[in-house]
Structure formats: C-alpha cells, structure tokens
Design a protein around this ligand. Structure first.
Ligand code: ADP
Length: 293
C-alpha cells in the first residue's frame, strides 16, 4: 500500500490558501508531517480522511481514488482527530463497542474479541468501565488510538496526538504508536520535532501550505553536516547576532541563550561546530524556499 498525493490545493472561502500544490509519496510505516501551527497539516489530514474536499489535485491509496471513492477509503481508514469535541460519559468499553457497530462489525463474538483486545493493547483494560469523559489526556489519546484501530485499518491518520500530554504520557503514547503494524501507513501530523525524531522513518516538513522537505530524517540531518555552528551569547547580544548571521534556532540553557546558525564555512567569532539536530532541520527548512514534494 502506498499513498500518492499530487498537486493538492485548497483555498478556504476567506481566501486562506491552506494547501498550495502539495505532492507527497507516503510508503508503509510511520510518516511524520511536521509543520508549525497554521501550516496546513489538519487541512491535509482532513482531506485524506475524506472529511473535506480539495479544490484540485489527486490522491490515491493503492488503487483507491481517495478524493472520489470516499466509501472505499473509509473502509480502510483509522482516524484520530486533533479534537474529539465532546467526550462521552459512557464507558470506554461501551463506546468502543458502539463505534465498532458503526464500523460495520456486526458479529457479536468477533466484535467483543476485537474490543477487548484493543482495550488491552492500549493499556486501558483496567479502566474500561470508567467514562471516557473522566480520562486523563494520555488515556483519552490511547482510547483515540483504540477507536482508530477498529476494523484493522490500512491507513491510520493521527492529528497532533501528543499536544497537551505530559512527558510520561507522551512516552507511553510513543510506545503504543511504534507498535502499530509495519504493514500499515501511519501519518502523524505534529508541530513537535521530538515526535518525528522518536517515531518516523520518513517525513515531510510543511509550512504555509507548501512542502519544504520530503525524505528521511537522516538525509536531512546529513545535508546539514558541518554547517551548524553554535555559540553561547547574552540576551542583549541577540539582535546584533540576528543582523549578522542566519540564526536558525536559539534556546536557553540555564537562562543563557545558545544560538545555532547555518553557515557553509566556519564563521569564527567564537562559534563552535555543532551536531545538527532535527530542530535545526525544521527551522532551517521553514525559513528557506519550498521544494518539490
Ligand atoms: P495546522 O493543522 O498545520 O495548524 P490548518 O490546516 O488547521 O493548519 O490551517 C491552515 C490555514 O488554514 C491556517 O491559516 C488556518 O487559519 C486556515 N484555516 C483552517 N481551517 C479553516 C477554515 N475552516 N476556514 C478558514 N480558514 C481555515
């Protein structure tokens, strides 16, 4: 199974061009769609999940025409939206059973086995009789994955799944996602670089509705090899350095800014060579010119 997106564009009625000629090739495995807030990630996810229409372009999943044959997509799709909206007061067990009925799993025994197995898999078995509305953020996301896995989907879309999770919950969620089969496509949309670093073998960086990078994290890191330089400066010096160098990131370490700049040659001036990280890739790409998918 392979997801092929070609020249996808979408402009909202208010004139915002949320997708601008997006082309991507998404193989099986975990695929990271990384971009800042407002980049167009949710618009792309909702379009792939058949919840809204694009203005132009094509999407195929295996031999399914995703934009036209929505029913065929829905039969193989698992979707964890950014916001569920309302969390039901009924138990996780009853809710999952109900959703399984909606997915067309009518055989009672088969449905019970599937729901029980999923609750165990996402580690909610002990909490299965509690209302989903009483769950913590991490438990809700794990419930969200359980409902997305109903019916053995081939394409799983998770939109900003780790936003709002504490570090422990995030780790548990990473472990769960990384266990999801190798024979399915999992698209993880996120603005959190760590999500992609921990989980994804392929990735795209999007901003302003356009693709700025598509490939493996390793290739992106390699391309920055020898070009990232760092220096600890004072807060008062930041403006001055911004004028003189292309600062791609700055983080505080013990209250002191450490800046990363991008430069083909050694800048001197007290800068030390630094090992490129995925943050450097992200910030250097979203400030550059978009590339073809
Ligand atoms: P992301 O998921 O990366 O944060 P979105 O796809 O939600 O990005 O949004 C992309 C752009 O489209 C943003 O500028 C956003 O304000 C705009 N947008 C999203 N949904 C709508 C909508 N229903 N109507 C108008 N503009 C929208």
């Amino acid at each position: 199974m392979h997801l092929t997106i070609r020249n996808l564009s979408k402009t909202y009625p208010n004139g915002v061009r949320a997708l601008n000629d997006v082309s991507l090739d998404i193989p099986t495995g975990m695929y990271g769609l990384l971009g800042p807030n407002g980049a167009g990630k949710s618009t792309l996810m909702r379009t792939l999940a058949t919840l809204q229409d694009a203005d132009s372009g094509t999407v195929t999943l295996g031999d399914i025409d995703v934009l036209k044959d929505k029913d065929a997509v829905r039969r193989v799709l698992g979707y964890l939206p950014q916001e569920f909206g309302i969390y039901p007061r009924i138990s996780a067990l009853d809710m999952l059973d109900h959703l399984a009925v909606l997915k067309g799993i009518n055989n009672n025994k088969q449905r019970k086995d599937m729901v029980d197995a999923l609750l165990q898999r996402v580690n909610l078995w002990d909490h299965r009789k509690k209302a989903v509305s009483s769950y913590s953020g991490g438990m809700r996301q794990r419930f969200g994955i359980a409902q997305a896995l109903l019916g053995d989907p081939k394409l799983i879309i998770v939109d900003e799944p780790t936003a709002g999770l504490d570090p422990g919950e995030r780790n548990r969620f990473y472990n769960l996602l990384s266990e999801i089969g190798e024979n399915v496509i999992v698209i993880l949309s996120t603005h959190i670089v760590e999500d992609v670093r921990e989980l994804c073998s392929n990735m795209a960086i999007i901003n302003l509705g356009q693709v700025f990078y598509a490939g493996t994290p390793e290739d992106a890191l390699q391309a920055l090899g020898g070009k990232i330089w760092e220096k600890a400066i004072t807060k008062a010096e930041i403006d001055d350095y911004q004028q003189r160098y292309r600062i791609i990131s700055s983080k505080l370490v013990a209250g002191k800014p450490i800046i990363h700049i991008l430069s083909d040659d050694a800048p001197g001036d007290g800068f030390r060579p630094a090992e490129p990280g995925l943050e450097d890739v992200f910030f250097s790409k979203i400030t550059a010119t978009p590339s073809e998918g």
